[in-house]
Write a protein of this length. Structure first.
Length: 317
């Protein structure tokens, strides 16, 4: 039932790239019948350059000014290997991916490899012309982030005046072109217990998704305890997930829910380093130095089921 719910909820996104249906069927067979691990999703950070100064930035600790960003040809080399593991979804992220002058070529190359292609952007450099160009190159999903549905609070958290308006503008323009849109929000205690009516109405009206990102203390360090979820908060999120337009970052594979870090999903940074996810800075290896086979074997023993650290209970993701 969970697998069916996954397919129904994300049918619109999967349908934007019908050629991945055979891959999904094969993955299901290998996962459920053969009990093989399937690496479904890659978060591909192509740069750590960014105009924002987000309070919850996960990549700032990994930024290395002395290291060169990975060239496009090496990105494709990595994805050619990862595709053999069942990967069907690539989320291009950063930093801000639009800071790379070759981002259009990267999207085009990934699309031609028959992945569902997603782009996470802060929207500051986005315009309708770029969206149209990216759509023609094969971009399937636009992901934007909101730290609050309140303009002033969002811009303050991002240290980026005018960002809220650019995000909302990008949502409208992307939807006018028929593109799938995912709005990411960190599910803090304050957010989950606020009035989300206006947010949900906006998402429903524009036929997009809202994804609640469960707050993971970066590198296991508690940054702000008031952001931590309680068990009651998590139960609310579980209820929200029943809505057709609400998802979480743990509901992104044929496993349904549960932390996919290092198992069904990995994070590849601009220097070729591989991590379980953008928030757990425990490097598994470097693609160019260690090779993918070695890295994936090492990842098999990883378990981050407790990484969100819920207050007042012993819940595993």
């Amino acid at each position: 039932m969970r697998d069916l719910c996954f397919l129904l909820k994300y049918f619109r996104i999967i349908h934007s790239r019908p050629s991945v249906f055979p891959i999904l069927l094969k993955n299901y067979y290998l996962k459920k019948i053969k009990r093989r691990r399937i690496l479904s999703i890659v978060d591909l950070a192509v740069t750590y350059r960014c105009q924002a100064g987000c309070q919850r930035c996960s990549c700032r600790p990994l930024f290395n000014e002395s290291s060169d960003e990975i060239p496009a040809k090496d990105i494709i080399s990595f994805l050619s290997e990862i595709k053999k593991e069942g990967c069907f979804f690539v989320n291009i992220t950063g930093g801000e991916p639009l800071m790379r002058s070759d981002i259009g070529d990267i999207i085009d190359s990934i699309s031609k490899m028959n992945f569902i292609v997603s782009l996470s952007t802060n929207a500051m450099l986005m315009n309708k012309s770029l969206l149209e160009s990216f759509r023609k190159k094969g971009l399937n999903v636009i992901q934007v982030s909101l730290d609050s549905f309140d303009r002033r609070e969002h811009d303050a958290r991002r240290c980026l005046p005018g960002n809220y308006d650019k995000v909302i503008e990008t949502v409208h323009k992307a939807r006018s072109l028929g593109m799938n849109v995912l709005i990411n929000m960190v599910a803090t205690h304050d957010l989950i217990n606020s009035d989300l009516t206006a947010l949900f109405n906006f998402v429903k009206k524009n036929r997009c998704f809202v994804s609640f990102l469960l707050p993971v203390p970066i590198n296991h360090d508690i940054e702000d305890e008031k952001d931590q979820l309680t068990c009651d908060d998590f139960k609310k999120i579980e209820n929200f997930r029943r809505l057709s337009f609400v998802t979480t970052d743990t509901e992104t594979s044929i496993d349904g829910a549960g932390c996919p870090g290092g198992r069904g999903r990995i994070y590849f940074n601009p220097y070729g380093d591989i991590y379980p996810c953008p928030f757990i800075h425990e490097k598994i290896g470097n693609f160019f130095l260690d090779g993918l086979d070695h890295i994936l074997k090492k990842a098999e023993g990883l378990n981050y089921s407790r990484c969100i650290g819920l207050k007042g209970c012993d819940y595993e993701r």
